[in-house]
Design a protein around this ligand. Structure first.
Ligand code: FAD
Ligand code: DLZ
Ligand code: SF4
Length: 516
């Protein structure tokens, strides 16, 4: 019997966020001659210290994908983290496998991280990088959009995408319902008796494959942040479809109305909890949008529009921006922020009730919803003056859905204004009063959101005024900041001096200890 393995034509590298057998990497796949390579590598789980749940989510999803392909008879070379021969990094492991299998060519879908793409391109191997069809706006389309509009805002991009993809459009070219934007319907706090009960999130009980991963992660990453308790994330294509159906049938109807609200002890509200599944390609954005739009009869238009906007607008706009501007984008620090991340972002140990709650959600679930990310977690770092890339690193390490292409423009750009206004036209600066309006946090907090000085002054409020004061030369003539500066102008110099002093004390006290 001849034991010589048949020569490999194509070795298809499938990274952790590329779990889609219909991707361009598989175009022309011939199971008799081609095979797949998947790798669990320590470097990806430790180049920033990572939440245990995030690592487990990636590994469990990768292993389910492996098993699905093997069940079809496809050959998958899969390196587990604890394989004694594991080289520990993508480049090391690809070199090792290529030396064993001697493929004529390696194929990979474009990675979602500039760093990973650069490391693979640097390998002395015949590597073909294929365009990722998972996204609805290609690099070429985004370049064309930018060349037509110069520095355009997301809204312009979004309208173009609605027209181009023909989503929720009338035959005369007008948007369904006559409006592009239902924001005025979509800013309700979660207060009062009219708020419907919040449905419980679907729990996916770990199967044997996922349980193996949970044991491995607990053993291999004992010092990583976060918790694996009660792990119930969807980790396969089938789970992902179930999660999509669960959202569209039970939460989508209220998504729009309450998307900006927050409630203490409630991490998920009416959000979809689909970002991780989209980002690992277990769900396709087009099928997610189609599933939502198919509910037109039962779901208010404001909810549908609000949801579609996030997927075909923000998500695609962020990705286009990332690839158009990397690698320089990562070093943006338009406001010269110089402080490190406060240590309590890894522990939740703070007496600020809103932050303790949002960090608690993050530690328990590797998730916080958008408004918690932007208007609590991100806002506090913006006001404090934390280095934008450090905020991104914290975010990258703590969330199940973070990949560089999406975390960087959202964190460094949208939430920290590090890009100087590329993804937003003004910083998302607000005081504790905003949090009070949109949540039930402040009533039981030891601080008063209305106060900017004094022992019980809300740190958000103190730092908000200090932020406006510090950045007056830059923002006071920005029309979208006009009301902020009119209000600042009503404060006398004495009060501003007290605010400056309290802000300085907060900054040194809160950033005295860090983790990264
Ligand atoms: P929903 O509120 O249900 O929204 C529906 C979907 O729309 C999401 O699943 C997501 O795919 C998409 N979406 C919504 N807003 C955005 C956005 N601004 N950018 C890209 N996609 C969007 N999203 C990530 O997927 N990964 C990240 O690493 C990430 N980092 C963020 C960091 C900060 C500081 C901020 C402010 C936002 C970040 N976002 C990120 C965007 C958004 O907060 C998350 O997509 C959303 O909270 C995920 O929860 P969900 O699936 O319940 O979303
Ligand atoms: C986030 C992550 C982790 C924790 N581990 C792996 C891994 O072991 N193997 C892998 O293929 N991908 C992993 N990822 C995702 C990568 O860090 C990175 O986001 C993607 O490769 C970018 O395309
Ligand atoms: Fe947060 Fe300030 Fe409200 Fe306390 S008072 S919950 S710190 S916004």
């Amino acid at each position: 019997m001849n034991n010589t393995p048949s020569p490999v034509r194509h070795l298809i590298i499938v990274l952790g966020d590329q779990l889609d057998e219909t991707s361009a990497a598989f175009d022309g796949f011939d199971a008799a001659r081609d095979c797949i390579l998947q790798m669990e590598v320590r470097e990806e789980a430790s180049y920033v210290p990572q939440h245990k749940r995030r690592i487990a989510f990636f590994f469990a999803a990768m292993r389910h994908f492996r098993d699905e392909q093997r069940a079809k008879g496809w050959t998958v070379y899969y390196t587990t983290l604890d394989d004694p021969l594991n080289a520990g990094s993508f480049s090391g492991e690809v070199m090792r496998q290529a030396a064993l299998l001697k493929p004529e060519r390696l194929i990979v879908l474009e990675p979602g991280d500039w760093r990973v793409r650069a490391s693979l391109e640097a390998l002395p191997l015949p590597l073909e990088i294929r365009e990722d069809r998972h996204f609805l706006c290609s690099h070429a389309d985004f370049a064309e959009f930018s060349s037509q509009h110069g520095h355009a805002v997301m809204e312009t991009f979004y309208r173009g995408m609605r027209r181009r993809l023909d989503i929720m459009m009338e035959p005369d070219g007008e948007p369904s319902g006559g409006l592009w934007n239902f924001d005025l319907d979509n800013r309700h706090p979660l207060r009062g008796r009219s708020v419907p009960p919040i449905p419980q999130l679907r729990h996916f009980s770990p199967d044997a494959t996922t349980r193996d991963v949970l044991d491995l992660v607990a053993r291999a990453f004992p010092d990583s942040p976060g918790s694996l308790d009660d792990f119930g994330l969807p980790v396969s294509r089938q789970d992902a479809l179930t999660a999509l159906g669960d959202f569209t049938s039970r939460r989508l109807a209220h998504f729009g109305r309450y998307q900006d609200g927050m409630r203490n002890g409630e991490p998920f509200l009416f959000h979809s909890y689909l970002s991780g599944l989209l980002n690992l390609h277990l769900l396709n954005p087009r099928e997610v949008v189609d599933a939502a739009v198919s509910r037109t009869a039962e779901v208010p238009l404001s909810s549908l529009e609000g949801f579609v906007r996030q997927i075909i607008g923000w998500r695609e706009f962020m990705r286009g921006t990332y690839w158009q501007r990397m690698p320089g984008y990562a070093s943006g620090n338009a406001l010269d922020a110089a402080l490190p991340m406060p240590r309590f972002y890894w522990t939740g140990e703070t007496d600020m009730r809103c932050l303790a709650d949002a960090i608690g959600h993050t530690i328990a679930h590797a998730y916080a919803h958008h408004i918690e990310r932007l208007m609590v977690l991100g806002l506090f770092c913006l006001l404090l003056g934390v280095r934008p890339y450090d905020v991104h690193r914290w975010h990258l390490s703590m969330f199940w859905d973070s990949i560089d292409w999406v975390s960087l423009p959202n964190t460094l750009g949208m939430s920290q204004y590090g890009d100087g206004g590329v993804v937003g036209t003004k910083p998302y600066a607000a005081s504790g009063r905003y949090i009070d309006r949109m949540s039930n946090h402040c009533g039981k907090c030891r601080y008063d959101p209305g106060k900017s000085v004094g022992e019980d002054a809300c740190p958000f409020t103190t730092l908000y005024w200090d932020f406006l004061d510090r950045h007056k030369p830059r923002f006071s003539r920005n029309l979208r900041m006009k009301n902020h500066y009119l209000n600042l102008g009503r404060k006398d110099e004495g009060e501003i001096e007290l605010i400056r002093r309290r802000a300085a004390a907060l900054k040194s006290e809160l950033t005295a200890e860090t983790f990264l």
